[in-house]
Ligand binder design. Structure first.
Ligand code: ATP
Ligand code: MG
Length: 270
């Protein structure tokens, strides 16, 4: 049994023993346990817990499901990844805790490189995340000993990138990103795909394509769409990208939340 499968066993046994299966917030509590475990194992940052909580709040607002505007963004993201020459997927602690296997699978499907990139970078955390990805089947993980290039105008530890990875990438997928780096990557001319439950964040606003969905739902859906869109002509994929308007999609997400809240408030007063 590989270490990645070990992890799955652990999910089943440890987490499921901790949380009664019939708990109404079972799925959500399971994700919390994974993040907490990542913190205890030293690869999720303390601030990662706060970021997760902010995400949970927005997930509540969209009804904890993949909504239509997210599906549009997923299609555009799949097209961009398939058309890319040097696609790179940036991985942080929360992503490693929540979707390690799924992110490796997506990378393989689109021939993307995986690079560890952390806001609160310590060499220990980087190594632990790279180990998890390798145990989940990644052949190569960048950003460990080779984070020797710098993203201009960025002063956080996130500026350190691999000259074989993010530095030369044309398309970068950044699940759970900070706004500063998204803007800096855009200034370098890269296409940035963000996955962020907060449609109001700077990350969401400055990415080329923003998938407003939980990474645990978005990554498997993206992989599924890559499989399907790969069969299409490249010109059709270019058309999907040309017709995609991120501001419009974000506006649709906000309208969706507004209407949902209106309906919920009506239900309470009828
Ligand atoms: P800005 O993008 O405006 O600079 P920020 O990056 O400082 O904001 P953080 O809280 O650090 O904000 O970023 C975490 C972001 O990730 C939040 O917007 C949160 O909604 C989102 N997030 C957290 N967990 C998940 C998840 N599981 N799936 C998708 N998005 C998530
Ligand atoms: Mg952000």
């Amino acid at each position: 049994m590989s270490a990645c499968e070990d992890r799955e066993e652990k999910d089943k046994n440890v987490f499921k023993a901790l949380i009664p299966k019939n708990h109404p917030r079972y799925e959500s509590l399971l994700l919390r346990e994974k993040i907490i475990e990542g913190l205890n194992e030293g690869y999720v940052a303390q601030a990662g817990l706060i970021a997760h909580g902010r995400g949970e709040c927005f997930d509540y607002l969209i009804g904890e499901k993949t909504i239509d505007p997210a599906l549009k963004a997923i299609d555009a993201a799949a097209a961009a990844l398939i058309l890319a020459k040097h696609p790179v997927i940036s991985v942080n602690g929360n992503v490693a805790a929540l979707v390690p296997k799924e992110i490796v699978e997506l990378a393989k499907k689109v021939n993307a490189k995986l690079e560890v990139n952390l806001f609160y970078r310590t060499e220990e955390r980087v190594r632990k995340i790279a180990d998890i990805l390798r145990r989940c089947g990644a052949d190569e993980v960048l950003g460990v000993d080779d984070a020797t290039a710098s993203i201009p105008e960025l002063f956080s530890e996130r500026r350190k990138v691999s000259p074989k990875g993010i530095y030369i990438a044309d398309v970068v997928l950044v699940p759970l990103e900070d706004g500063d780096r998204t803007e800096a990557l855009r200034k370098m001319g890269k296409t940035v795909i963000a996955i962020d439950l907060n449609p109001l964040s700077r990350t969401s606003r400055s990415a080329n394509i923003t998938i407003v969905d939980n990474v645990v739902r978005a990554i498997p859906k993206l992989t599924e769409r890559v499989e399907e869109l790969k069969k299409l002509d490249r010109e059709v994929l270019r058309d999907i990208l040309r017709n995609y308007d991120n501001d419009r999609v974000l506006a649709e997400v906000i309208t969706y939340i507004m209407n949902r809240l209106k309906d919920l408030s009506k239900e309470l007063t009828k």
